[in-house]
Design a protein around this ligand. Structure first.
Ligand SMILES: NC(=O)c1ccc[n+]([C@@H]2O[C@H](COP(=O)([O-])OP(=O)(O)OC[C@H]3O[C@@H](n4cnc5c(N)ncnc54)[C@H](O)[C@@H]3O)[C@@H](O)[C@H]2O)c1
Length: 381
């Protein structure tokens, strides 16, 4: 069992990448890749060749295009793949790239299901290549500052995130069964894991659809998670709440033994304590992780250069999807869901559906799912 990965030492030239998926978010990635001195856009892949060509036209210079990831990557000598396809294609595209010996930076969610996410973690182990999920809202200097301030307020017991917006997307989100939980809440769930350095233990969630909602599925939800440090994380969100909307990051409160931190998601976080903060605690500058997908891209390249694990390495990211799936299951069953039970069920499903015998062998070698997913490079043999 290993999640160490092959590095690509810095020879002074940018990393040659192929972007797969030239839809709405693919365009954002193409722009970010073009802007970055760390990488060079070597090709664009899309099942729809017209979309790939339109992506190249938007870049404004000739870029090779194709419909097959491993094929185009080999043709253009790419060193890595950025997977910005729809969630259903995350598993096949990433599997193909890893098997071709290419590291992958993939859009969230890791895959359509937890079972597929586990298959990808094992495929990454098998290939010895890095597979990182870009959970872009982690890359935010203010979020890092909020986490640092939270370290000054004693034991943290409660974290809440409110998310109220009213976008008129049209298209697939309006017809989805769980539009808020499946398409948006993974960001706040993942941010809560980051803020607390904790994983989910259980969840109780209710979903509802306000009477005026323009979504077919439930556009509102409240979820109460118990986290591994005993903390509670409470998420309340709505995608049909015009007026006084929150930021896209949500509005946060972190409540601790000696004080509280609040962050509106767009401005500097604030702290107020019942005790005097040490000068050193209050004045410390926090790290700047870069901004959103540009930050994730820089983290990916830095990890490939140095071998240090990035924030979204597949094993560590899967628990964010576990929060989404357990919340959906709780809402549909009306029961509190124990995350371990869901992990075991998904693992069993993964063993049944895995078609690659070498990946299957790795999956079978996992002592427990939680132990396999918690694997840190520092604890590697
Ligand atoms: N981080 C964020 O804030 C954020 C925002 C929006 C979307 N996303 C994520 O980005 C991903 C893409 O979303 P989108 O809105 O761009 O979707 P989209 O439907 O606009 O585009 C997806 C593209 O992938 C292509 N595609 C599908 N299957 C493929 C395959 N097997 N091989 C090659 N190409 C394939 C489609 O033809 C399409 O052009 C999703 O995972 C989504 O969750 C993230």
């Amino acid at each position: 069992m290993s999640n160490t990965f092959a590095t690509i030492p810095d020879d002074g030239t940018p990393l040659r990448v192929v972007v797969v998926g030239a839809g709405g978010m693919g365009r954002a990635w193409l722009h970010t890749v073009e802007e970055s001195p760390l990488v060079e856009l070597a090709g664009i892949v899309d099942l729809d060749l017209g979309a790939a060509s339109a992506g190249a036209a938007a870049v404004g210079r000739p870029v090779p295009v194709g419909t097959g990831t491993a094929r185009l990557a080999a043709d253009v000598g790419a060193q890595a793949v950025i997977n910005v396809t729809v969630p259903a294609a995350h598993h096949p595209v990433t599997t193909e790239a890893l098997a071709a010996g290419l590291p992958v930076l993939g859009e969230k969610p890791v895959a359509s299901t937890l079972a597929q996410g586990m298959s990808l973690a094992a495929a990454a182990e098998l290939s010895g290549q890095l597979f990182m999920v870009s959970q872009s809202r982690r890359y935010n200097r203010q979020l890092f500052a909020a986490k640092r301030l939270a370290s000054t307020i004693g034991n943290v017991g409660i974290v809440s995130a409110d998310f109220f917006k009213a976008p008129r997307f049209g298209g697939f989100r309006d017809a989805m069964e769980h539009p808020l939980l499946l398409d948006m809440a993974i960001h706040q769930f993942d941010m809560a894991r980051f803020l607390l350095d904790a994983d989910p233990v259980s969840v109780f969630c209710e979903e509802y659809n306000p009477s005026w909602s323009w979504y077919r599925g439930d556009a509102g939800a409240t979820a109460i998670f118990e986290m591994s440090g005993g903390e509670r994380f409470v998420f309340t969100g709505s995608w049909c709440s015009p007026g006084l909307e929150t930021s896209w990051n949500g509005a946060w409160r972190i409540s601790g033994e000696h004080g509280s931190v609040i962050w509106d998601g767009d401005n500097e976080p604030e702290v107020e304590t019942a005790v005097e903060l040490l000068e050193s605690d209050a004045g410390l500058e926090s790290e700047d992780p870069g901004q959103e997908i540009a930050g994730a891209l820089a983290d990916f390249v830095s990890s490939l250069r140095t071998g240090a694990a990035p924030m979204g390495q597949v094993h560590q990211n899967i628990m964010s999807l576990a929060m989404v799936e357990s919340a959906v299951l709780s809402a549909s069953s009306g029961k509190r869901i124990m995350v371990d039970a869901l992990l075991e069920e998904s693992y069993a499903q993964c063993l049944t559906s895995e078609r690659n015998p070498d990946v299957l062998q790795i999956l079978r070698s996992w002592p427990t799912v939680r132990a396999a997913l918690a694997l840190e490079p520092s604890r590697m043999p």
